[in-house]
Every structure is written in structure tokens, then in C-alpha cells.
Design a protein around this ligand. Structure first.
Ligand code: SAH
Ligand code: SF4
Length: 422
């Protein structure tokens, strides 16, 4: 019998073998194994990546007998499934995605993005600047937040102009940053390239996005450290670019700073833009908030970042989570300026998002304003990231699988999941 559910369940013979995640060449060898002509591989990749089907039943170009053979051999379509969705008052949606083995990760949809790309020279940033006229100062930031709230109704009626999808690269994270909720999970496993790219496909389906028509930006800023799952992260980029059709100029990857991986990344022919989570202005403070600093000091990370061959209109982003009283004082801003002097860079200031069991406080708004102004006056572009979806625990550093944290996730207006858990 054909697999009539979501294509996630393994076939009769053991482990699931997802088709989503295989490149056309790999599909060809699968099909050859079944004694099939190679054009069947093209049909499958069309169905999986262009039509984004979620079940074998929808693969109408394939003969039923072949579909059945694939199912019997354990093949699945293999797109992750949205099993829970929460919608913020600002239009952001957070999804719980179920993977083939039952593990879950979170993925976030942000209509209009979070401004995280501003100033990095990407297509997303240019659009943002054109449409908002944002110069990266505080009053404009407040206006943008108000606009987000106003826009929710309009977005629902008229669709969206553009959106950013934030994807996860691991189940949990091993890096243990002291301010981050994901760190509390530890790391359970790496995602495969197909599972990383599959999150995007599932969200595109949910919103009926047409690639080539709608403007979709991607940020690898969800759960996990992409550079500790390097091979599969790169595989996902290639799938997204070549098979799904999203250009790498619309992607940004954020890393906590894995020095050898940054050097490797700098050599990649196809790569997203880079964001480095600096989060402190000297090694002492950084070690306190990001213990991984014991392994790689700030100067090592900056040396590695400097090997990146930047495009004409490309800037490196340094993310800087402002923690009240810890790293948000004028002397810290001065140190940041010294560190980044001469680099083609910009700073994204992120006001710390609170989480249960994390003993930091948010910075005072006036400290945020002074910090930003000092950077700008010192010649370093500095932007404040719009917090998106805080009310549903979808903002930076708040991703922790909902199933494990129901009390901390007030689901404001739960939108029905595309495929409710069965
Ligand atoms: N692991 C990668 C990408 C995911 S985290 C990294 O650390 O870069 C994405 C961003 O969210 C990082 O810049 C991180 O410093 C920031 N972040 C983590 N927890 C946060 C919190 N509670 N509030 C605000 N930003 C946070
Ligand atoms: Fe992992 Fe990034 Fe959170 Fe650090 S901030 S624990 S690297 S997800």
C-alpha cells in the first residue's frame, strides 16, 4: 500500500530513507538500483523540490508500481512536518518541526524579517533600507516595532512583501552560551542537510510561497551551531540554492565562532553571508558569557574572519547581545570599536531576550542608545535588531522545543498546524 500519510514513516524495511535531501545525481543511482531510467530521478527531484510534495500520492508523474517499490524499500518523501504553530502579535510564527525519528526542532517565520540583514549589503538589506529608510537609530527602531504591529492585519489580508525564515541546524546545542535558552537542551544530534533545507520547504508550503516571485531570506540562526555541523550545513545551502532556488545572497549564517570552520567557510565557492556572535568586547567577559572562548580567543576569530573574501557589497556582521550591566557600558563600546577597527563590518545589537532559569537582565534602553551611538560615532555601522515574536518565545535565543517547555510558551492565537499531530 502507498504511504498515504506525510511521507515520514519508514517503509516496511527499517530505517527511513528520505528522498528530500538527495541531489539529482544521488537520486539517479537510487533509481538505477531499481532498474529505472534516469529521467525518473528528474521527475522525483521536480516533485520533491519544485512542487514540494509531502506524500508519494502527489508524485503523479511516477508509475504507482514504482512508488510502491520505493515505499517498500523504506523510502520516504522526508520533508519535516509542522506539528505545532504559534503566532505572535507581530505576525511572527514559530513552528515545532517533527523529523523522521521523532526528534523536533523549531523554525521561525518572520514576515518583513527582523532587520538582522540591515547593512550587510545583501539583497535583503537593500530592500529593508529602501522600504524603511532606517538608519539604525533608536527612534526609528521604535517606529519599526509599531509598524510591525500595525502590519499584522494588513499582512494577513494582502500577503507579505517579503519574509525571513530562521532555521535550525542541530537538535539543541552544545556550545553552552550562558544567556541562551537553546543551550539548556544540550545537543541531541546533528540535522542532515535535507532536514535543514526541509524546514524551509515546509514553511514555504504553509505560506504558499512561490519561489522566484516572493522574496524569501534565510537565516541559519535557529537552534544549534551550524559550524559544528559543517558538512550538513553546507549540503543544506547547496540544496537550497540549487534545488529549491533561493540564492545564497539571501542567506546569512550565524556562528558562535568555531575558528577552523570559519577558515573553511571562507573557501566555499557558494556560501551565505557571515555573522559572528561576538557578544563581548574582551576575552574575559566573553569567556564568562560564552565559555567556548576558552578554546578560541577573540583575536583568533577575527583573524579567521579576515580570510573571508568579501564581495563588493558585502559586510561581515558582528552580533552583540546586550546583557544589562555585563557588556553594555561605554567602555565596552570603546573596546568593540578597537577590536573591529579597519574591518568591513557592521554590528547588530540584540537586546537580550529573557528566558526561564537564565540570570541576566535586559539592558537599560538609555544604555542601548548610548552604545549604539558610540559605535556609529566611532565609524562602525550599528543596528538594533527588532525583536520578533518575543511573546511566543520565538526571538533570538528563545528557541527551546515547545513540547518540553509548555509553561514558558504562551501561545497567543494558535494558528492551526498544516498537518496536525496524528
Ligand atoms: N549558534 C549560532 C546561531 C544561533 S543563535 C550563534 O550562536 O551564532 C543566533 C543569535 O542569537 C546569536 O547571535 C546569539 O548570540 C543570539 N542569542 C542567543 N540567545 C539570545 C538571547 N537570549 N537573547 C538575544 N539574543 C540571543
Ligand atoms: Fe548555541 Fe548559538 Fe545558543 Fe550559543 S547562542 S548556545 S551557539 S544556539
Amino acid at each position: 500500500m502507498l504511504n498515504k500519510t506525510n511521507g515520514l514513516e519508514p517503509g516496511a524495511k527499517g530505517q527511513a530513507r528520505p528522498l528530500f535531501g538527495l541531489f539529482p545525481e544521488e537520486l539517479k543511482s537510487v533509481l538505477e538500483g531499481f532498474g529505472q531510467k534516469v529521467y525518473r530521478a528528474t521527475q522525483i527531484s521536480e516533485a520533491v523540490y519544485r512542487q514540494r510534495v509531502t506524500s508519494f500520492d502527489e508524485m503523479t508523474t511516477l508509475p504507482a508500481a514504482l512508488r510502491e517499490e520505493l515505499v517498500t524499500a523504506g523510502y520516504t518523501v522526508g520533508m519535516p512536518e509542522i506539528v505545532q504553530a504559534a503566532r505572535s502579535v507581530d505576525g511572527t510564527e514559530r513552528y515545532l518541526m517533527r523529523l523522521a525519528d521523532g526528534e523536533t526542532v523549531e523554525t521561525v517565520w518572520m514576515p518583513d524579517g527582523d532587520g538582522g540583514e540591515r547593512g550587510d549589503g545583501s539583497e535583503a538589506s537593500l530592500e529593508e533600507e529602501e522600504s524603511e529608510g532606517l538608519e539604525g537609530n533608536v527612534s526609528e527602531f521604535k517606529t519599526a516595532v509599531k509598524r510591525d504591529l500595525r502590519n499584522v492585519g494588513a499582512l494577513e489580508q494582502n500577503g507579505y512583501r517579503r519574509a525571513t525564515i530562521c532555521i535550525s541546524s542541530q537538535v539543541g546545542c552544545a556550545v553552552n552560551c550562558q544567556f541562551c535558552l537553546t543551550a539548556k537542551l544540550g545537543v541531541k544530534r546533528n540535522l542532515t542537510g535535507g532536514e535543514i533545507a526541509g524546514q524551509v520547504a515546509a514553511v514555504l508550503n504553509r505560506h504558499g510561497v512561490k519561489i522566484g516571485k516572493d522574496r524569501i531570506n534565510l537565516v541559519f540562526m535557529g537552534m544549534g551551531e551550524p559550524f559544528l555541523n559543517y558538512e550538513e550545513f553546507i549540503r543544506s545551502v547547496q540544496l537550497l540554492v540549487k534545488q529549491i532556488g533561493i540564492p545564497e545572497s539571501r542567506m546569512t549564517v550565524s556562528t558562535s565562532g568555531i575558528e577552523p570552520a570559519i577558515r573553511r567557510f571562507a573557501q566555499e565557492p557558494i556560501r551565505p553571508k557571515l555573522a559572528l556572535s561576538l557578544n563581548a568586547s574582551n576575552d574575559e567577559v566573553r569567556e564568562q558569557v560564552m565559555p567556548i572562548t576558552r578554546k578560541w580567543k577573540i583575536h583568533q576569530l577575527l583573524d579567521a574572519v579576515n580570510t573571508l573574501p568579501l564581495g563588493k557589497r558585502e559586510w561581515v556582521t558582528f552580533e552583540y547581545v546586550l546583557l544589562g550591566g555585563i557588556n553594555d557600558q561605554p567602555e565596552h563600546a570603546r573596546e568593540v570599536l578597537d577590536l573591529l577597527k579597519g574591518m568591513k563590518a557592521k554590528v547588530n545589537l540584540i537586546v537580550w531576550n529573557p528566558g526561564p532559569g537564565i540570570a541576566y537582565t535586559q539592558p537599560k534602553p538609555e544604555d542601548v542608545a548610548v552604545f549604539q551611538k558610540m559605535l556609529i560615532d566611532g565609524g562602525m555601522p550599528a543596528y538594533i535588531r527588532r525583536p520578533r515574536g518575543r511573546d511566543i518565545y520565538a526571538a533570538c535565543g528563545q528557541l527551546k522545543r515547545t513540547v518540553e517547555l509548555p509553561e514558558a510558551a504562551p501561545l497567543v492565537g494558535i494558528a492551526p498546524a498544516a498537518n496536525p499531530p496524528g
